[in-house]
Design a protein around this ligand. Structure first.
Ligand code: PGA
Length: 251
């Protein structure tokens, strides 16, 4: 049985106090949610306070990126995964399409960051997803498979216990254009098939695969009813505590 995961990616939104207030509101509104794991990903500067103020609740905290380096070293502007763990976060989002598109993230750096995350015992939420042009040219599965294999290169079945995959078609992110449940299900089943080939059947069965791209209170239930959709990575609709809580409480 795969426990669903509902994760909120706050991107570069919210000043420190705003992030803390939203987290506190959310904490109250999802206090009874035991059917899924709840994760929020604030900006680095709010991580510690948000993690402190949600400690002991069912809200877990994630960072949105980390360094490829595992040694404290001369790398201006970078944040090492153990520094993220040190302030109370348990997860790191890695390889989000905005980082791939605008910040030079490659399958190689996604792989290194995923390994850095695992090295310190954190869980990686590894993002994959095709662009509109790639889907329209019929290459969506090839693109996703390449990203997936690149990201997970060298990982073992036991490493996979701390990996969550997020399928986020780029054309659905922040556009209001959600993939249909059928489109998402098809890709999720494909991803699980790739994991079965490269890891093991059992590992593939146990890996949570989240859908991301314009998930809202109005469409989450339909998406979650698909067999291979094990949760959601939510951007815009996670910024408001009430709207995100409605997504968490989709049941
Ligand atoms: P969205 O973003 O829900 O605003 O489409 C999803 C994401 O980027 O993770």
């Amino acid at each position: 049985m795969r426990k669903p995961v509902i994760a909120g990616n706050w991107k570069m939104y919210k000043l420190h106090d705003e992030a803390v207030n939203t987290a506190l509101e959310l904490k109250n509104q999802v206090a009874n949610a035991t059917h899924c794991e709840v994760i929020i990903a604030p900006v680095f500067t709010a991580l510690k306070t948000v993690a402190d103020r949600t400690e002991g609740s069912n809200v877990n905290v994630a960072a949105q990126d980390c360094s490829t380096h595992t040694e404290h070293s001369a790398n201006t502007g970078e944040v090492c995964a153990d520094m993220i763990k040190d302030v109370g976060a348990s997860h790191i989002i890695i390889g989000h399409s905005e980082r791939r598109q605008f910040y030079g993230e490659t399958d190689e750096s996604v792989n290194e960051k995923t390994k850095a995350c695992l090295y310190f015992g954190l869980t990686a939420i590894v993002c994959v997803g095709e662009s509109l042009a790639e889907r329209e040219s019929g290459n969506a599965q090839t693109v996703v498979k390449t990203q997936l294999n690149g990201a997970l290169k060298g990982l073992t079945v036991s490493d996979m216990e701390r990996i969550i995959i997020a399928y986020e078609p780029v054309w659905a992110i922040g556009t209001g254009k959600t993939a249909t449940p059928e489109q998402a299900q098809e890709m999720h089943a494909f991803i699980r098939g790739v994991l079965a080939e490269t890891q093991s059947e059992e590992s593939a069965e146990n890996t949570r695969i989240l859908y991301g791209g314009s998930v809202k209170p109005a469409n989450v239930r339909e998406l979650m009813s698909e067999n291979d959709i094990d949760g959601a990575l939510v951007g815009g609709a996670s910024l408001d505590a009430t709207s995100f809580a409605q997504i968490v409480n989709y049941k």
